[in-house]
Design a protein around this ligand. Structure first.
Ligand SMILES: Nc1nc2c(ncn2[C@@H]2O[C@H](COP(=O)(O)OP(=O)(O)OP(=O)(O)O)[C@@H](O)[C@H]2O)c(=O)[nH]1
Length: 349
């Protein structure tokens, strides 16, 4: 064995899980934790809004292969913009664990561009100790089928008639495509919500977009075995220049097309009418993602609420702990210009 292959083998592999808001990254990672087969995993979880919902869900699943001190949450921003300030210290903390993790999984925020993160693995201090085993992009098949990431050509034509100088870059499409362009493996998720012909069409549209041959695997609830997802051996840090991005020319990328709001929510009596109100908010304000925890009066469990576009799910995820403030809070993410006051009024109505 030569020195190079020896040093590569001794580096800890890291898997980057990317994918647009609500695509199913956390769900997929839960499945990885459940099927890791005793491998010592560590997680870095990055969220755009400053409530750590995903971290809470993953800590709550109590998998023995991932102890709580091996989970680091980086909320309130996108990891791609805070690599030096947030990501590197998080990596240092994980590498200092005794024993160190055998594999690190990084869930980026749904708005993060994975390429700057992959680039950070090429920095000398990181490169010596870690390698990117693979970038996995999770795709929300239902959102793609709904046309969420492409401009409506008729609407665009009308807008251009009114204002020929209109900037027609679609920030959703750009982030979505950047995530795919950086991937070593693509998971086409939520296939329970799309018919088989639609599935095949989406998979072939994705492949047509990519300059490199990248495998697309279909999944429901991210149910793919850890043995398939981990161990890709991509060494993506050696191959950054082959991963095109819409943002290659930008020195800095600051996500100013998107914003998040935090809303405090009073205890509710019943879930169904509350979810209908959230659906109305999502519809009226073109919200991309809503998630958080709410108190349902008289119930010992907290209510986990998840909305992607105007598709909502809710479930009681765990009992409120004694002494825990039963404070209902939601993070609401949309394109810049969300009307916080109007949303609050709709929620309180
Ligand atoms: N119908 C259906 N829903 C799914 C599937 N996978 C995930 N979901 C739901 O989609 C919602 C978002 O899933 P998450 O795993 O939280 O998505 P995420 O990509 O981590 O979300 P962000 O971190 O907010 O970007 C949740 O309500 C999930 O239960 C699937 O295969 N089918």
């Amino acid at each position: 064995m030569n020195d190079l292959s020896h040093s590569r083998l001794s580096r800890i592999p890291a898997t980057i899980v990317t994918g647009f808001l609500g695509a199913g990254k956390t769900t997929l990672i839960r499945h990885i934790l459940a099927s890791a087969g005793g491998r010592r995993l560590a997680l870095i979880i990055n969220e755009f809004g400053d409530i750590g919902v995903d971290g809470d869900i993953l800590k709550g699943c109590g998998e023995v292969d991932c102890a709580e001190d091996s989970i680091i949450e980086l909320a309130n921003g996108c990891i791609c913009c805070t690599v030096a300030d947030d990501f590197l210290p998080a990596i240092e903390r994980l590498l200092a664990l005794d024993p160190p993790p055998e594999h690190i999984i990084i869930e980026t925020s749904g708005l993060a561009l994975p390429k700057p993160l992959v680039k950070a693995f090429d920095w000398p201090g990181v490169r010596a100790r870690l390698t990117v085993d693979g970038v996995i992009a999770v795709v929300d098949g239902a959102a793609v089928a709904d046309g969420r990431f492409v401009d409506d050509p008729e609407k665009l034509a009308l807008q251009r008639q009114a204002d020929p100088s209109i900037d027609h870059d679609n920030p959703l499409e750009e982030v979505f495509e950047d995530q795919l362009l950086c991937a070593d493996l693509i998971v086409l998720n939520k296939i329970d919500l799309i018919a088989a012909p639609e599935q095949a069409r989406i998979a072939s549209d994705i492949k047509a977009l990519l300059p490199r041959a990248t495998k697309v695997i279909a999944s429901q609830q991210g149910r793919i075995d850890a043995r398939v997802l981990l161990g890709l051996g991509a060494a993506a840090e050696d191959d950054v220049s082959n991963r095109r991005s819409h943002h290659d020319e930008e020195a800095e990328h600051d996500h100013d097309d998107f914003e998040s709001l935090i809303m405090e929510v009073d205890a509710i009596d019943e879930a169904a009418p509350f979810i209908r109100r959230l659906e109305a908010v999502a519809e009226a304000h073109d919200v991309l993602r809503i998630k958080g925890f709410v108190e349902a009066r008289g119930k010992p469990m907290r209510l986990l609420v998840q909305g992607v576009g105007n598709r909502f799910q809710h479930s009681f995820d765990r009992p409120w702990e004694s002494g825990e403030a039963r404070c209902g809070r939601l993070v609401i993410i949309g394109k810049k210009g969300l009307d916080a006051a109007a949303i609050k009024r709709m929620l309180e109505r």
